[in-house]
Ligand binder design. Structure first.
Ligand SMILES: Cc1cc2nc3c(=O)[nH]c(=O)nc-3n(C[C@H](O)[C@H](O)[C@H](O)COP(=O)(O)OP(=O)(O)OC[C@H]3O[C@@H](n4cnc5c(N)ncnc54)[C@H](O)[C@@H]3O)c2cc1C
Length: 483
């Protein structure tokens, strides 16, 4: 059979929905029944629920991602972005990670580019903030937080130290709370190795615009989590907004102002902007309108699911399924099965999933969970919730290979201390080489530079005092809590 006679199924996005749909199709379809292509700028799928643990150093970052080419050997994987979808012509515009845009035609499309951070036009946010959705951001934050401890331990300047030790997170959903709680736990642990930096020197601030955190669990569990964070000296500012972050100066709507080197924005998500560059129907929040069959509403040969789609929730009539991995994975299975059914002349089946609840880790041996088992709501706090979180996610992380690696990371952590090395150089690996390639000053300029340099003091007769000691002796102790 000629290659073009096989229907071409194009999957936009290789995340939860994209990867699991492609896996389902490759399991259910014979190779002569269809050709599957997955397009994603990344060559791997990220298991996002493990990002906080990767940031905290409990998991090796490589173990929280799944290489698409390894798990989908029979699919074509293209790395780059889809920038436009013209379903009327059955073509997408594909911009590879390098090179010029091309058009790719298809017969059936699955649109699953997920979501992006929902930001606001707050002065200084774009320049000084960072999100928490990718493995790159998780690794960056780990190195960044540890490098701030390095700075605090090495400076004699009280204001530099105070700014380095102030960490602000905006957004109290599970991604933000987990990320903050795990990083604080890691930093607290790391302080044991830093002379002159105590956990009480750090200031961690969680800013949330509404009157509660963790809307995914019941109010009492949200209150429990706030109290747990307060017990760890984390400031929780409910009903508060970030007004400005210019020049690292944080200005909150409650009137508080302070400097912070770290600003993490986790205040919700919005559909990937790609969906606006399509000829598909969108709802009032900009999500692609999907049906209970995971078809794009009123359009043939077009399917959608996940964070970028508005899918009716049959278990809660009138509502939509929320943006969660729990729905994304199950929708992908149903979507794959429905495509197979329709290709073979059958009928698609409705997507129906009763939400099982949420599990969140708040650091080693700490957590909060609310589960629904056989219709009964079970609330867990502390160690049992943390254990439930690990057990659940170990069972869900894709591939046996990743499960073994994750289990191995956790087992090793039982016997060894966490790694507390800040590999900040990874963020800018060419600095040293660029310095090395700078030409040495010619002799005349060298002499001029020496003349203009301030006169050197005579070398002290005694051994030079180490910086660390100077800091603790001369520095005005930084205030511990907000003034
Ligand atoms: C830190 C964190 C923790 C979380 N924890 C949980 C949890 O504990 N439980 C839970 O249920 N949910 C959790 N979630 C939410 C869950 O991860 C998402 O709901 C889920 O990933 C949505 O799946 P998706 O396929 O729609 O999007 P994604 O998995 O984000 O996949 C979208 C893919 O599309 C790609 N893409 C983007 N733009 C383009 C383009 N133009 N062209 C081609 N490809 C593109 C992206 O690179 C990405 O690979 C968490 C999320 C985060 C950020």
């Amino acid at each position: 059979m000629a290659e073009r006679q096989r229907p071409h199924i194009l999957i936009v996005g290789g995340g939860y929905v994209g990867m699991y749909t492609a896996l389902r199709l490759s399991k259910r379809l014979r190779r002569d029944e269809a050709m599957v292509t997955v397009i994603d700028p990344l060559s791997y799928m990220t298991y996002q629920p493990f990002l906080p643990e990767a940031a905290a150093g409990n998991l090796e970052p490589r173990h929280v991602v799944v290489p698409l080419r390894r798990v989908l050997p029979h699919a074509q994987i293209l790395n780059g972005r889809v920038t436009r979808i013209e379903h009327g012509r059955r073509v997408v515009t594909f911009l590879p990670n390098a090179g010029r845009s091309v058009e790719i035609s298809y017969d059936i499309i699955v649109v699953a580019p997920g979501s992006v951070a929902r930001t606001l036009p707050i002065p200084g946010l774009a320049e000084n903030g960072i999100g928490f959705k990718t493995v790159g951001e998780a690794i960056f934050l780990r190195n960044h937080v540890l490098s701030k401890l390095d700075i605090a331990a090495s400076t004699a300047d009280a204001s530099v130290r105070k700014r380095a030790l102030t960490f602000v997170f905006v957004g109290g959903g599970y991604a933000g709370v987990e990320a903050m709680a795990e990083l604080e736990d890691m930093a607290r642990d790391a302080c044991r190795s830093y002379d002159g930096v105590e956990p009480s020197d750090m200031r961690w601030v969680l800013v949330e615009a509404s009157d509660r955190i963790l809307p995914e669990v019941s109010r009492d569990m949200g209150v429990y989590t706030v109290n747990e964070l307060l017990r760890r000296n984390i400031e929780v500012r409910l009903g508060t907004r970030l007004n400005s972050a210019e020049g690292h100066r944080i200005v909150l709507s409650d009137g508080d102002e302070f400097e912070a080197d770290t600003l993490v924005w986790t205040a919700g998500v919005k559909p990937n902007p790609l969906v606006a560059e399509t000829d598909f129907p969108l709802d009032e929040k900009g999500r692609i309108k999907g049906t209970v069959f995971l078809r794009i509403d009123g359009i043939d040969d077009a399917w959608t699911a996940g964070d970028s789609a508005a899918i009716p929730d049959l278990t809660h009539p009138g509502q939509l399924t929320g943006p969660s991995a729990q729905h994304a994975v199950r929708q992908a299975h149903r979507l794959g099965d429905n495509i197979v059914a329709v290709l073979r002349g059958g009928e698609p089946t409705e997507y129906r999933h009763e939400y099982l609840g949420s599990v969140a880790s708040l650091g080693l041996h700490k957590g909060v969970a609310q589960l629904k088992l056989a219709g009964v709501s079970i609330k867990l706090r502390g160690w049992p919730a943390w254990f439930a979180h690990r057990t659940y996610h170990l069972s869900r992380v894709p591939t046996f290979n990743r499960k073994v690696r994750v289990a191995a990371d956790w087992t090793l952590a039982l016997f060894f201390h966490r790694e507390i090395v800040s590999l900040g150089a990874l963020q800018n690996p060419r600095v040293e080489f660029e310095l090395a390639t700078k030409p040495a000053l010619p002799p005349t300029e060298k002499a001029a530079a020496a003349k203009s340099a301030p006169p050197r003091k005579a070398a002290p007769a005694k051994k030079t005092t180490p910086v660390k000691k100077t800091v603790t002796e001369k520095q005005t102790p930084a205030p511990r809590r907000p003034e």
